[in-house]
Design a protein around this ligand. Structure first.
Ligand code: FAD
Length: 413
């Protein structure tokens, strides 16, 4: 068996590592010259020197929104002495070391952008382009694991008047540093981890920052940072809010999330995106129409490393025959029942795990009879999402227990 893995971010590297462990032959296609996916920082926005779209959404000074204890692959811990909430470069180092330790690098085809995947004669044809010399090639594989990342294609809500707004408008995908916002009045839309951190960064240099969000919780504010409700419309350079108030704004940053996007999948692959919901997939991983096609990392509000690890092991267990997938109609029936359990028509919210992450992990392990993710991951995750403080430090004691530990700011004891 030979597998094509699309993307050399954490998910693709994790897939490569498990293929090596199972003695499965594979190639990892990576469109850039770097591994680490979104953890690789570049000043560039738009397109790179080869004309390829910039994939990463990383900005300078990013602090992780999860502690390192939840951002670890099971068999590859971070150095013990460092703080729990890390900087971008510390995570990138970790990913590079992971690739080195498990000898994944020789399997990565750099600067190869996958442009088309189709199913032909019981095989997958993977068409790819060398982004430097634009030469196109094709190879056949028995299975495809898609690890192309889901934070690259910006979602911008349609707000009346935005097209004639006179200031600069960008999405957080293209935000790199706060300096361009010095002495300006800036509106940030969205209060997810990026919205919060970017508004804090910009408030250090701007005259005023307004953070507009739907959350009922009060957010941390400072002298230059003000909370607003949702924007109803823009009129020239004014933002009109749903409560009737308005503010004059110089620039706008949308921190409004991303779309799932698989531009290289032919229709005949049998996977659709409707209302940002990817379907029909078994357990949010395996294509029900073509079970040798799999997607890693679609669920969000989760701990990516443990998620990738168990999803990859689930896929490989199925591909190697360690467990047999149910028949197509049984998988479809389970999916329809799952869809019905969630309110409203299926949307990207279907892919949100949050508190349900632990039972999702357990269900995958029980279904495929594979090793479980230790319960301590979900226990600590619930603590972190209910009370996030980037100065907290944690230590995992065993599969069930964690403790909070003293942190001096530079290191933990
Ligand atoms: P990516 O890292 O996006 O990697 C995908 C790879 O696929 C890229 O290298 C890309 O170039 C390649 N690729 C895409 N399309 C093609 C193609 N057609 N052909 C070839 N190659 C292709 N997670 C945390 O756990 N903690 C955090 O604090 C955290 N903070 C984040 C902050 C930001 C700003 C963002 C955007 C994400 C953050 N995340 C965080 C989530 C992060 O995305 C995941 O942790 C994880 O790194 C995703 O890995 P991935 O491999 O799925 O995708």
């Amino acid at each position: 068996m030979k597998i094509a893995i699309i993307g050399a971010g954490k998910a693709g590297l994790c897939a490569g590592k498990h293929c090596l462990k199972e003695n499965i032959s594979f190639d990892i296609f990576e469109q850039t010259g770097n591994l680490g996916g979104t953890w690789f920082y570049t000043d560039l926005v738009g397109h790179d020197e080869n004309g390829a779209p910039i994939h990463t959404s990383m900005y300078k000074g990013l602090r992780t929104n999860l502690p390192k204890e939840l951002m670890t692959f099971e068999d590859f811990p971070y150095p013990k002495q460092i703080r729990s909430y890390l900087l971008q470069e510390e995570v990138l180092d970790y990913v590079r070391n992971y690739s080195k330790k498990f000898h994944i690098n020789p399997h990565i085809k750099y600067f190869k952008r996958v442009i088309w995947i189709e199913r032909q004669n019981f095989l997958w044809s993977v068409h790819y382009e060398d982004v430097k010399n634009k030469q196109k090639e094709m190879e056949h594989y028995d299975a495809v694991i898609i690890c192309n990342g889901h934070y690259s294609d910006p979602f911008i809500p349609d707000i009346p008047g935005i097209e004639s707004f006179s200031g600069k408008v960008k999405h957080s995908h293209d935000y790199r540093t706060p300096e361009p916002y010095a002495n300006k009045k800036v509106l940030i839309l969205g209060s997810g981890p990026s919205g919060l951190e970017i508004s804090q960064q910009i408030s250090n240099v701007a005259t005023k920052v307004f953070i507009s969000h739907r959350s009922k919780d009060a957010l941390p504010v400072s002298d230059a940072l003000y909370q607003k409700c949702l924007v109803k419309e823009f009129v020239e350079n004014r933002a009109i809010f749903e409560d009737g108030t308005s503010e004059e704004i110089d620039d706008v940053v949308f921190c409004t999330g991303y779309n799932y996007n698989f531009p290289f999948l032919s229709k005949r692959c049998g996977v659709k995106i409707t209302n940002n919901y990817v379907h029909p997939l078994y357990k949010q991983i395996i294509s029900i129409e073509n079970p040798t096609l799999a997607f890693i990392g679609i669920p969000f509000k989760a701990c990516p490393c443990p998620l990738f690890d168990i999803q990859v092991r689930f896929v490989l267990a199925s591909l190697t025959g360690h467990f047999k997938l149910p028949k197509k109609d049984v998988m479809l029936k389970e999916l329809v029942e799952e869809e019905k359990r969630k309110p409203g028509p299926p949307s990207s919210q279907y892919h949100q795990l949050g508190g349900a992450q632990g039972s999702y992990f357990d269900n995958l392990a029980e279904t495929a009879k594979i090793r479980k993710i230790p319960p301590v991951i979900q226990k600590l995750y619930l603590r972190v999402i209910s009370n996030r403080n980037l100065n907290d430090c944690f230590k995992i004691i065993d599969d069930h227990n964690w403790v909070q530990i003293y942190c001096s700011g530079t290191g933990c004891k």
